[in-house]
Write a protein that binds this ligand. Structure first.
Ligand code: ZN
Length: 110
């Protein structure tokens, strides 16, 4: 897709992705928070599995389970946030700026 400024027909267009950046950050934090909440389950499972290897394995397994919960949650939240941010950028915000005349505009992607 070649973008063109609706004002001066320039093709020197910059995309801001403001919504994407904001939503990705918010999604990552929210996802990590819910991931950490779910991590207690992961920690319990990890501790149970790790217990086979003894007390050290139990502690290590619990830690691994908690970490995995947080990381997986953050990634899932970040992806969801990025998708939402793209939608906001495309449909709500003036996501594009003309580098020649400074005009900002949004584009119908369909
Ligand atoms: Zn322009």
């Amino acid at each position: 897709m070649i973008l063109q400024c609706p004002g001066c027909r320039s093709t020197r267009i910059a995309a801001h992705h403001t919504g994407r950046k904001v939503c990705t950050s918010v999604g990552t934090v929210a996802g990590a928070a819910s991931g950490v909440a779910a991590a207690s389950t992961g920690a319990r499972i990890g501790a149970t599995v790790g217990a086979i290897a003894g007390p050290a394995g139990s502690a290590l397994g619990g830690l691994t389970g908690a970490l995995l919960g947080g990381v997986v949650g953050a990634i899932a939240g970040g992806s969801a946030g990025a998708a939402l941010g793209d939608f906001v950028d495309d449909n709500i915000l003036d996501n594009f700026e003309c580098l020649d005349c400074g005009h900002t505009f949004s584009v119908d992607t369909d």
